[in-house]
Every structure is written in structure tokens, then in C-alpha cells.
Write a protein that binds this ligand. Structure first.
Ligand SMILES: NC(=O)c1ccc[n+]([C@@H]2O[C@H](COP(=O)([O-])OP(=O)(O)OC[C@H]3O[C@@H](n4cnc5c(N)ncnc54)[C@H](OP(=O)(O)O)[C@@H]3O)[C@@H](O)[C@H]2O)c1
Length: 314
């Protein structure tokens, strides 16, 4: 597509964790017309407000990140809200993009859309070969419908829409709110809380046997910029770092980097979530030259430093 720098780019969810990093990454490639808003200004679950957003901003490109997001606890507590909010936001945003003749839509999906039992590494071709893991299925399925919509709208209306599937993200600026945080911030907070309280142990959900893959948030933002610039096909594309770590190893590593030397107590009455997660990331490299750059230890160190300085005050 023509150079991004002159385009009016609407970033839904642009105030969030990934969104704020994406706004910075777009700024670095010279984009000046970035349209960002809060849900209090335009609630994307509401068709009238979504239409008003498009009328008010007149975007040429839409990058749709807005979502109800959270870890296993939040997904289990609010499966209905995660389904409804994510489905409605996506449906309305893509529909308004069509009506407003937007040049390109970039929809952000999630690794939670993959089947519970999927050959590792997860290949894009296996996306439909099974139902997602139960704890995040309503969220994963709602976001997966945006892929169906994007492909259907491309076929019938010629809407240029692409769909990206990021793995679990981490980095400075992540949510450390226990009500919605993902595993890495939750573990960092537990370690610092224990150090602060002089506790000799931390309790961790599950058995530690599950594995996960993590992508540094700045790498993900760079991948979205590259895909927006260079990828034009209907097939979904994984965004990941291409390396897997068990939760057991992750907890040990975070404990070490935080300076927590106490005992880890596993609460196996709590769910592990999906047994394994690791993406095949070769397509993103082939199609638009994306490869994650941040070393995992370095990324964790930066995240911990950010938390220590800004939140923990330790
Ligand atoms: N974080 C991860 O590990 C991860 C992994 C894979 C995929 N993703 C995907 O990446 C995207 C961004 O995730 P994130 O972690 O950056 O989320 P986040 O920090 O929770 O940000 C969510 C964003 O969505 C906006 N939003 C929520 N409800 C809205 C509504 N009803 N109307 C308008 N805007 C609304 C929020 O705006 P306000 O703050 O103004 O409410 C905020 O800007 C999501 O699509 C998510 O599915 C995330």
C-alpha cells in the first residue's frame, strides 16, 4: 500500500497496553495523523457511537485493538462479557469500515482462538481444527469471528482486511491489576508483595506443567506496523517469538529476577489453562519480514524495572 505516513489511521484500543506501544511505533515510521480515543468517548459496543466515531474521524486505515482482555481469572469470572464485548466491538468496527470505504482494516485476534489441543508449534492452517480451551473459549471465539467477518467482507465487498494472531504479550505498561492481569504481571506482583510482607512463600495457580510463549509488546507493535505496510492477504498470520517456556520455569525465572528467594506453592485446584502454547512464526517472517528481537530475560528485566519504579515503589 502507499506510504502509511500520510494516512489518517484510527487505532481502536490505542490507549491500552498494546495500543500505546503501537501509537509510538507508528510515530517512529513517520505517521502523524493518528486517531486515538477512550471508550468513554465512543463505546464500540454501541452501533450508534461506532458510526459517530467513523463520521467524526474519517479514517483511511483502521487498526482494531479495542477489546475486553484479561487472564484466566477474569475470563472465568466474566465469560459472557468477554464474548459480548469482543464480538460486538469487532462486528461494528468492521461494518463501519465497510460503510466508510476504509482502505485497509487490520484486525487483532489472539492465540486464545487456537484449539485446546493443537499440534505444536501452532500453524495458522490448524486454527479451525478444534474448540479453544474452555477458560478462554468465549473470548477466543468472539475474536475468531472477526476473521470470518474480515474474510467474508473481502469476498463480498472487496474490503481490504487482514487478521493477525498475537501470542501472550508482556512488557512495561502491562496491567498489574489482579482482577485482569495476565500471568507475567501477576507473578511479578506476587513476588514483590511477598518480599514487601516478608513472606516465605508465594501461591501460584495450577501445576506449572503448562507452557506458554511470550512476545515483548514493542516487538508486537512493530509487527503490526510491518503487516499494515506490507501484508494484503486474507489468511491469518501468527505473531510470536517462536519459543516456549513452562510455567514452572517462568515462575523460577521471575522469582530470580525480582529477588524473591522463598518457596513456590502450587495450587493444583486452580486451572492450568491451555496445556501448551507456541506459535509457528515463519509465515510472518516470510510475508512481511517480522522476527521478534527482544531477548526474554531482557524483556522481563525491563518489565520488572518498570513495575519496581512506577508501581511498587520498592
Ligand atoms: N495483552 C495480551 O497478552 C494480548 C495477547 C494477544 C492478543 N491481544 C489483543 O491485543 C489487543 C490489545 O490488548 P491489550 O492487552 O492492549 O488490552 P488493554 O490494555 O486492556 O486495552 C484495551 C483497550 O480497548 C479499549 N476498549 C475496551 N472496551 C472498549 C469499548 N467498549 N469501546 C471502545 N474501546 C474499548 C480500552 O479503552 P479504555 O481504556 O478507554 O476503556 C483500551 O484502549 C486486544 O485486541 C487483545 O485481544 C492481547
Amino acid at each position: 500500500m502507499d506510504s502509511l505516513s500520510s494516512k489518517r489511521i484510527l487505532i481502536t484500543g490505542g490507549t491500552g497496553f498494546l495500543g500505546s506501544n503501537l501509537v509510538a511505533a507508528l510515530g517512529r515510521v513517520g505517521c502523524k495523523h493518528l486517531l486515538v480515543f477512550h471508550s468513554s468517548e465512543y463505546d464500540l459496543r454501541n452501533p450508534v457511537e461506532t458510526a459517530r466515531l467513523f463520521d467524526d474521524t474519517g479514517p483511511q486505515i483502521v487498526i482494531h485493538l479495542a477489546a475486553a482482555v484479561g487472564g484466566i481469572g477474569a475470563n472465568r469470572a466474566s465469560p459472557g462479557r468477554f464474548f459480548y464485548d469482543n464480538l460486538m466491538m469487532g462486528v461494528e468496527v468492521i461494518e463501519q469500515a465497510r460503510l466508510h470505504k476504509v482502505e485497509k482494516v487490520v484486525a487483532i485476534g489472539t492465540v486464545c482462538a487456537y484449539p485446546k489441543f493443537c499440534p505444536v508449534p501452532f500453524r495458522e492452517e490448524d486454527l479451525w481444527n478444534g474448540y479453544p480451551e474452555e477458560t478462554n473459549a468465549p473470548y477466543g471465539m468472539a475474536k475468531k469471528m472477526l476473521l470470518v467477518q474480515a474474510q467474508a467482507y473481502r469476498q463480498q465487498y472487496g474490503l481490504n482486511s487482514i487478521y493477525l494472531l498475537p501470542v501472550n504479550l508482556y512488557g512495561p505498561g502491562d496491567s498489574f491489576d489482579p482482577e485482569k492481569s495476565h500471568v507475567i504481571p501477576a507473578l511479578i506482583k506476587k513476588c514483590f508483595d511477598a518480599i514487601h510482607a516478608g513472606a516465605d512463600h508465594i501461591d501460584v495457580w495450577g501445576t506449572g506443567a503448562a507452557s506458554r510463549e511470550f512476545l515483548y509488546v514493542e516487538d508486537c507493535a512493530r509487527a503490526i506496523v510491518l503487516a499494515t505496510q506490507h501484508y494484503e492477504k486474507p489468511e491469518p498470520i501468527n505473531l510470536g517469538a517462536g519459543r516456549e517456556i513452562s510455567i514452572r520455569e517462568l515462575v523460577a525465572l521471575i522469582g530470580e529476577l525480582c529477588g524473591f528467594r522463598g518457596e513456590i506453592r502450587w495450587d493444583s485446584s486452580k486451572p492450568d489453562g491451555q496445556p501448551r502454547r507456541c506459535l509457528d512464526v515463519s509465515k510472518a517472517e516470510r510475508e512481511f519480514g517480522f522476527r521478534a528481537q527482544t531477548d526474554f530475560r531482557d524483556g522481563l528485566r525491563k518489565t520488572i524495572e518498570w513495575y519496581r519504579e512506577r508501581v511498587a515503589g520498592l
